[in-house]
Design a protein around this ligand. Structure first.
Ligand code: GKR
Ligand code: MG
Length: 423
């Protein structure tokens, strides 16, 4: 089948004021929705970042795919590479959101179109996308309750406050967990940290463990803690954690932390490509890699990462940024195809509002903490054109064009500075 048309639509999706080590989420997160249409009219879907550098490259590559054989992923790679002006090598280093780093442009763009091509191929032959990845090792994919410290509403009130309310205290975080677990049935909990004093964040973990003794817990300060702080906080929460995610910066820092504590360390910051993977293995920096097909170069690369993890005795889990249902289903299909992905994956999906979803029927259900792989062709979701048009209109009505949590934080507190590690 030949590709007849490619459409890349930028959208803006309401995002709550979630706090992290780099600042705070802006009122909208940007996503790109990709449609690749075959010459028989079948459409493959994909979703990725909507930040301007990513979007510009997607819009540049799109027309170059017209006429291409929709089964040729090698051809796709060549056509993506031909549009890169400046192929930078790795070293996203301590990026909180590695997908936004310029070094990831080739991997991001290839991944965005690869997912759409897999969706198209699977639809053509009438099988779920996971079947093209080797078949499902599991029918349901577990996700975790991803908790955030947050304000009750955005600065300057661009729209009505979200339904989650403020979360700046231990009690409020436990309340947020109760609500999220009550609504979605998650069995694991992840706390985004690096925001308040580390001891308060440790108190949150202790309180969460008390409230949910059977749940697996993780804390992720996004490298906001110095090594000695990470060791000190580890002593307080060591019995409560499933893994310790990016507490301290750098491959060397993580390796030293592991030497001192022996607790499994997870990352989406220091191992973001295969070169960093190699260096991490040499140093024994991390014991669990958080995959993310959006910036690891697609679904097949994620499977390669999973095999590498297996080879080196490293665990694999999954990272998330703010996203909608097309991304969620792609994450679920690739997670279902990795037999050794044994942890509940991260997802920001509960933070996105129902009426901002762009797929038919609204949000993808999460039941008992899991997304079920549907017995439907491709990703199993359809684009709702009215919903898409509405979110594209939202994109046109705002002036955010690239994520900047630090600049957003300065609107609340002009004195605020990005300091890493802060504590
Ligand atoms: O959305 O604020 C956020 C997260 O902190 C995100 O940017 C991170 O990339 O979820 C991510 C993580 O696990 O580090
Ligand atoms: Mg993380």
């Amino acid at each position: 089948m030949k590709i007849k048309d490619v459409r890349v639509t930028p959208i803006a999706v309401k995002d709550p004021p979630l706090l992290n080590a780099s600042g705070i989420h802006e009122p909208y997160t940007l996503r790109s929705i990709i449609e690749v249409e075959g010459d028989d009219g079948t459409i493959g879907l994909s979703e990725t970042y909507g930040d301007l550098p990513v979007l510009s490259l997607l819009q540049k590559v799109g027309p170059e795919l017209i006429g291409m054989n929709a089964w040729s992923l090698n051809d796709l790679r060549g056509r993506v590479n031909a549009q890169l002006n400046d192929v930078r090598t790795s070293n996203a280093g301590a990026e909180l959101a590695p997908g936004s780093h310029p070094s990831k442009q080739a991997a991001n763009a290839y991944s965005a179109f690869e997912v759409a091509l897999f969706d198209l191929q699977a639809r053509c032959i009438g099988v779920p996308l996971v079947d093209l990845l080797g078949g499902a090792a599991r029918d349901t994919v577990p996700f975790s309750a991803y908790l955030f410290f947050k304000y009750a509403e955005h600065v300057d009130s661009p729209y009505a406050p979200d339904r989650w309310g403020e979360a700046l205290t231990v009690e409020q975080i436990v309340g947020q967990a109760r609500e999220m677990i009550g609504r979605y049935g998650f069995k694991s909990i992840k706390l985004k940290a690096g925001v308040l004093e580390p001891d308060i964040e440790a108190e949150c973990i202790i309180a969460l463990k008390k409230a949910f003794p059977d749940h697996m817990l993780r804390i992720d300060p996004n490298a906001a803690w110095k090594l000695d702080t990470a060791v000190r906080i580890y002593e307080k929460i060591k019995n409560d954690l499933e893994y310790y995610e990016d507490p301290t910066p750098g491959l060397e820092g993580m390796a030293e932390l592991y030497r001192q504590t022996g607790i499994p360390l997870a990352t989406n910051m220091v191992v973001t490509d295969f070169d960093e993977f190699r260096r991490s293995v040499a140093l024994n920096s991390v014991q669990i890699v958080l995959s993310d097909h959006h910036y690891w170069g697609g679904l097949r690369s994620t499977l390669v990462l999973a095999s590498m993890c297996e080879t080196f005795g490293i665990g694999i889990s999954m990272h998330s940024n703010s996203h909608l249902g097309i991304s969620l289903t792609a994450m679920a299909h690739v997670a279902a195809a990795c037999p050794n992905l044994s942890y509940a994956c991260d997802t920001h999906y509960p933070w996105q509002e129902e009426d901002n979803e762009v797929i038919v029927g609204g949000k993808v259900p999460i039941v008992d903490g899991c997304v079920r792989i549907q017995d439907k062709p491709g990703l199993g979701v359809e684009l709702d054109r009215d919903r898409l048009a509405k979110q594209h209109e939202a994109y046109n009505s705002i002036d955010i064009r690239s994520r900047d949590d630090g600049a957003q934080m300065k609107k609340y507190d002009p004195e605020w500075e990005l300091i890493k590690p802060r504590y």
